[in-house]
Design a protein around this ligand. Sequence first.
Ligand code: BGC
Length: 742
Amino acid sequence: MNSVTVSSSASTAAVEDRVRELLDRMTLTEKVGQMSQVNVGDGPVQDFLVDDIRAGRIGSVLNTVDANVVNELQRLALEESRLGIPLLVGRDVIHGFRTVMPIPLGQAATWNPDIVQDAARVAAQEAAACGVNWTFAPMIDVARDPRWGRIAESLGEDPLLTAVLGAAMVRGFQGDTPGGQQSVAACGKHFAGYGAAESGRDYAATNIPENELRNVHLRPFKAAIDAGLCSVMTSFSDVDGVPATANSFLLRTVLREEWGFRGIAVSDWDSVKQLNVHGLTASDRDAAFEAASAGLDMEMHGDAFRHHLEDLVEQGILSPTQIDSAVANILRIKFSLGLFDRPLTTAKPEDPTTSEEALAIARESALQSIVMLKNEHRVLPLSPESTRSIALIGPLANAARDQLGTWIFDGDPALSVTPVQAIQSLLGPAATIHHVPALETTRSRQITGLDEALFAARQADVVVAFVGEEAILSGEAHSRADIHLPGAQPDLLRQLKACGKPVVAVVMAGRPLVLTDVVDDVDAILFAAHPGTMGGPAIADLLFGIESPSGKLPATFPRMVGQVPIYYAQKNTGRPPTPSSIVLIDDIDADADQLSTGMTAYHLDAGFTPLFPFGFGLSYADFEYTNLRLSAAEMRTDESLDISVDLTNTGDCVATEVVQLYVRDLVGSVTRPVRELKAFRRVRLAPGERNRVTFCLHADDLAFFDRNNRLAVEAGEFHVWVGGSSAAELKGAFVLRESEPA
Ligand code: BGC
């Protein structure tokens, strides 16, 4: 079974019977009502809602989290509408509700589906207590452009990592089966290709060849659907000339016909009427027709469906079966969620706050999400005993709200524990802590607190600078063309370094940044994304070695923004660069001829490597990878292969390493990436401990969409690497052969 996880085929059949029975009793107005989602907003129930819900003209609402309001709306739907159909109550619960977890990009750096699932479960519990029964998450757009503000909301650049963690979020939100008291329906978004917005400018068009769409962007959606995903949301973007909201290739051919998806396809906010703005349609009526006939089931916040679908059916332009199948998809989810049986929440409006368990998960999630990018001369960890004086500098050291990141409609900054607070409590009263924000915001061009900051730095044993981006600089509609540290922060770091004390930069940001100009001005860097409510304690634990960093980058950090898109799974090209074959701009002779630079795929001024590759992240321990072994040199296309390696912690502290397996398919009917992540595992080792880590690679894991865009496993030669990043060097090879004819 592909979608909507219900406990047995008997219950599936029962749901289908109930859907059919209800559908038979519905008027066209009531059917179109189910296809309409209306924004409620704050405050008491408005009159128009009362009338429309009673008349069956609304099937779903969004953006109310007041349990009393939700209950009143549900009561109206159940008791005062003719058919008593409960409402879907939607909300963007993206990375936490009251208790805020790290932004999804941070959660992705944990490479840990278990903690990601736990974080989503907490969010679901807190949201469900307010009557929310549908979250618009996870966002599973593969994001390869750090200029794009929504990379913050993504799980990074890799289809497999996004697929595994996206599926974990689905399980966390929905529980084992949708319909549990403390679960909410999930929504995979944005279907599809939104992450490929041209130049990373949010909402811009995407141009993705079908082969790349299938091999990269669609894979996480398929995985989420296999995990039981209840709904998908269409992307705002234009996909090869047809905006996703009216794209029948995506909504009908792929989603329904190929994948057999039986959940809801909802539009993004007003994106049906935006078909006019795109220039696909000339009127709301045409837009409603295009979207509904392409296979969209529900319009989010817009009235094109409400105003035009009935007439389109009555005039014989839109088929009634089209409407019936959309409504069936919606009712199926409502039944599967158990909404007909338990529509009201028992929570009081003041109820959902955090809990010890939620805070512990937020803390663990933040701890695992932080990536150490540099640790010169092992300046970290700091000693809690001998650090007597510390300067905590920068605009994000004590920024309760900014550390939560984007999309925190319901997050409570009052719950945040900031780095300043956490370090104070960890070090206790004996240590001297100088906290100087120095800059008003991360964007400030004047370092108004420079003298005070430098004074504090000179007094201190060590300087920790909390720099990066405020929450408002990433997220929807917050793309940047220049992704350096904004404002005067690079200058602040330089001036701090000149004080002669060790400088540790803790970077909080909603995207990979270009850190090339500051990397040499600091001794150590912890990249914390926006770490959420418990960011402070997690950062303090890592700074002071209570725990070793274990996060790994889920997206490449470029040297220069002009390298974007730069991602590890690139194609080889016909002229791949090598370190020895390229000539950089400063080394070109004045009388160089046209062919003298090596003629390969690189930038004269940036080379071809990133500053930090995908999968990279340092530890306080050292990990050694040895003895890579494959259980066979060949496998058949119906077999599997064990790939194993010895991992040894040669350091002096217990630490966790994310072991990563990459593969290259050397020859394909379409060219394949130079490396593709195939598996990963977090492994915790004591000092001196050695562990044999084994991955089972099945031939199916090597399948890709071929020259005819069919999923296929092609025989041939493969290379494999195992290590601690996408630049892993320990390498093996095997040959895949066609299976024997039966
Ligand atoms: C976003 C969606 C979000 C929706 C509802 C849109 O602007 O693109 O991701 O779920 O708003 O808030």
